[in-house]
Write a protein that binds this ligand. Structure first.
Ligand code: BGC
Length: 756
């Protein structure tokens, strides 16, 4: 009897599971795709000429209550979850989530695709897209024109994959280099972040894709991201953690912005009125729509509405009809609040749905050869030469050379983390493959040495002329951290890891993995000249091994073409020109307090170079530092002391290439605040320019500072104020004082327009 009962249960479970799997399979393989542009057939007037603002208003007046709410979330869970999970499991694809489709009123939906390093959501017939080096690498290029081009390509490939809403750029500040998602952002400095974010937004929007900078705000710790509460004083918030968001919003005018998971001063970002309404909309004049980060983005629909959050993603949960209807009945919110939120969204997104596209976006544009060459150019421009003792690099490329390459990552496909920023390339050139193909025509042998075999290392070392050790990280060491919220909460409350650590996440210790450090040790014992190539997304502590090697090159997660680019840099076809977008400390403990397992943290005013400079802490490598195969000499720093038009101070400096290689230099301008009456950083980056120089060439580089960018945020008056003091203007090749020329400047000694 008992046996029959058990068999019956097994049968029922078996049938249910197979039915469920088939449904998931069916939905995932065959989910329906929709057009994202308005259909001309539905309108008598040419659709590009339609006034979409008036259209949005009239559409709202025709909408039922439910139809309005339907504009406020991604999809309904019941069909969407099987589609999403099925697509992931059976097709290894991130599904199209259609938001706000209304057939009765002819409103097309919008679809999100992540994209910091390449379009994420792929059309059913597409298996691969152009995969760029990660954002942190691109920041190291200090080339905002390139970033703009990268995002234009990402936008084009998004359109070809039938998506029109880009969850990029990520402009959260790198408060501590151990942040797991460091690779997705542009470094520690608000100015650099703002410039890169702006370039990215402009690139995305140029193809009628809605840009969505993220995560607003203070999302700089990964392992507690769903539960952590960040406390911060007003001045730190305004001057350190928000200026880049403000710049991107005001100058780039992106369609949207994504709220963060974490709490800010006790309230989740997705329902934080201070952030979403007071700062974003009222202070900065943001006119687009705000979407939550995916799942765990808000916990209370009414609070979300009160805070001004427009769209819950990716599924309808808190923004459900009953909660909102009850909220209106109980007068916690009004229907007018709903209308306002829907109007923000509709007005914005209809502009894109009705916009004229100057080109088509067929599948054939994906992986266009120009996109691939851009991926390799970006990788070349981003590599940072940290050390080059005895000018061991560039390597000589004469025939008959034997090259050894070793390390876990030497021949590994490794383009970064596997979280939301993942992108599928058609191929990835590993460091070993890049070197091999580079040396093919030179008839040189490239030997991949087994890192686990000390005898092999020893024997190879005897015959080898050039030795490259590839060390660093993969998605297992750093990246987006996915595990259940309740598990995350347990560790956060305990202030330490409870249970099993998820994949990726934050790096608590900034040293390399022990096997990498050991490898460097072993290899350097047998070889006099060792070049270390580091693959990763943020700073590392090199102190245990940097003296044992001759050269160190940061190649980052360098995208699909990375191995080829690496070879060209190592052999001098490309002169390295990247510079660090963060400071590397001498002692790890000098960075701001960082605990990935905590439910509360305070973000202080100082971090990065402002912290190290203010408190005289020793650094290993400064922000803005990177070597070249040539040298540049700076002279004649001058300020245009005539009338300053549009509040902009013009600064000139002569730069000369005094070495034997043509190459690029990144000239940086910092403003110093030594004479300030209040507590301010020693200096702050305010401009930079990347310029190419032939051997012996000298150029005058023009930089500028807007007087408004010297201001500080006075929390009493709640205004940005200018101190009339003498400011230092520093210009040079890194943030290190010894690399900078300086002069002085006092606003009141100039005839300023539009300043006070
Ligand atoms: C990430 C976002 C991403 C979203 C959609 C979230 O887990 O935090 O950055 O845009 O997923 O993939």
């Amino acid at each position: 009897m008992k046996v029959i009962k058990i068999l019956k249960y097994i049968l029922i479970i078996g049938v249910t599971v197979s039915v469920l799997l088939s449904v998931i399979f069916y939905i995932s393989t065959d989910y329906k795709m929709y057009d994202l542009k308005a259909n001309q057939k539905n309108y008598s007037q040419n659709i590009w000429k339609i006034n979409t603002d008036s259209l949005a208003e009239s559409l709202i007046s025709e909408m039922t209550f439910e139809e309005k709410i339907d504009q406020m979330y991604g999809e309904k869970m019941i069909f969407s979850i099987p589609k999403f999970i099925g697509s992931y499991i059976f097709k290894n694809r991130f599904a199209h989530i259609y938001v706000g489709k209304n057939d009765r009123l002819n409103i097309p939906p919008w679809v999100l695709s992540d994209g910091p390093r390449g379009a994420r959501v792929l059309d059913k017939k597409i298996n691969a897209v152009t995969t760029f080096p990660v954002a942190m690498a691109r920041a190291a290029s200090w080339d905002i024109n390139l970033e703009n081009k990268v995002h234009k390509v990402i936008a084009k490939e998004m359109r070809a994959n039938k998506t029109n809403y880009a969850a990029t750029p990520c402009i959260n500040l790198l408060r501590h280099p151990g942040w797991g998602r460091a690779q997705e952002t542009y470094g520690e400095d608000p100015w650099l972040l703002g410039e890169f974010g702006l370039a990215a937004v402009k690139g995305i929007e140029s193809h009628n894709v809605m840009a969505c900078p993220k995560h607003f705000a203070l999302n700089s710790i990964e392992n507690s991201r769903w539960v952590i509460d960040v406390s911060i004083d007003e001045r730190t918030l305004r001057e350190v953690y928000l200026p880049h968001f403000k710049k991107v919003i005001q100058k780039g005018k992106p369609a949207s912005i994504m709220s963060a998971y974490n709490k800010v001063r006790g309230t989740y970002s997705g329902s934080n009125k201070e952030l979403l309404t007071e700062i974003l909309r009222k202070d900065w004049g943001f006119e687009g729509f705000i979407s939550t980060d995916w799942m765990y983005g808000i916990y209370d629909g009414i609070e979300g509405i009160k805070a001004g959050l427009n769209v819950e993603m990716p599924w309808q949960d808190e923004y459900n009809y009953n909660t909102i209807r009850d909220g209106i009945k109980e007068k916690k919110i009004s229907e007018n609040d709903i209308d306002k939120l829907v109007l923000n969204t509709l007005k914005t997104r209809l502009k894109y749905a009705f916009a004229y596209d100057s080109i088509n976006y067929p599948h054939s544009i994906i992986l266009d050869s120009s996109h691939i060459s851009l991926a390799s150019k970006v990788a070349e421009e981003s590599m940072v030469l940290i050390k080059n003792q005895n000018n061991i690099l560039p390597f000589k490329k004469k025939s008959g050379t034997k090259i050894g390459i070793i390390g876990r990552l030497a021949n590994k496909i490794n383009t970064g983390d596997l979280g939301s920023s993942n992108s599928k390339p058609p191929y990835v050139i590993t460091p070993f493959e890049g070197l091999k193909s580079y040396h093919k025509n030179l008839n040189n042998e490239v030997i991949l040495i087994d890192e686990n075999n000390t005898d092999e290392i020893k024997n190879a070392s005897e015959i080898i002329d050039q030795m490259i050790v590839v060390v660093g990280f993969t998605y297992e060491d750093e990246g987006e951290y996915i595990l259940s919220r309740s598990e995350m909460l347990k560790s956060a409350e305990a202030n330490e890891l409870v249970g099993v650590k998820g994949i990726g996440g934050d790096r608590i210790n900034l040293r390399l993995n022990p096997e990498d450090e050991k490898l460097i040790d072993v290899v350097s014992k047998f070889n006099e000249n060792v070049v270390v190539v580091y693959v990763g997304g943020s700073a590392i502590d090199m102190s245990p091994w940097e003296d044992k090697v001759n050269a160190i090159l940061f190649s980052w997660y360098s995208g699909m073409e990375g191995g080829n680019s690496l070879a060209r840099v190592l052999y001098g076809d490309v002169n390295p020109s990247g510079k660090l977008p963060f400071t590397i400390a001498k002692n790890q403990s000098d960075y701001p307090y960082f605990n990935p397992y905590t439910d509360s943290i305070k973000y202080e005013y100082y971090h990065g170079y402002t912290l190290f400079e203010k408190f005289n802490k020793e650094i290993a490598y400064p922000f803005g530092f990177g070597k070249s195969y040539t040298d540049f000499k700076y002279s004649n720093l001058t300020i245009n002391r005539n009338t300053i038009l549009d509040s902009t101070l013009l600064v000139y400096v002569d730069v000369k290439n005094i070495g034997d290689f043509a190459g690029k230099e990144i000239t940086q301008l910092y403003v110093g605040f030594k004479n300030s009456k209040i507590d301010r950083p020693i200096k702050l980056l305010r401009d930079f320019k990347k310029t190419f120089f032939e051997v012996g060439e000298r150029k005058t580089i023009k930089l500028s500072v807007n007087i408004n960018d010297l201001k500080w945020y006075n929390t009493n008056s709640k205004r940005w104020e200018l101190e009339d003091i003498e400011y230092e203007i520093y210009v040079g090749s890194s943030s290190n004082e010894k690399d900078l020329l300086s002069t002085k400047f006092k606003p009141s000694q100039h005839k300023l327009h539009n300043t006070f």
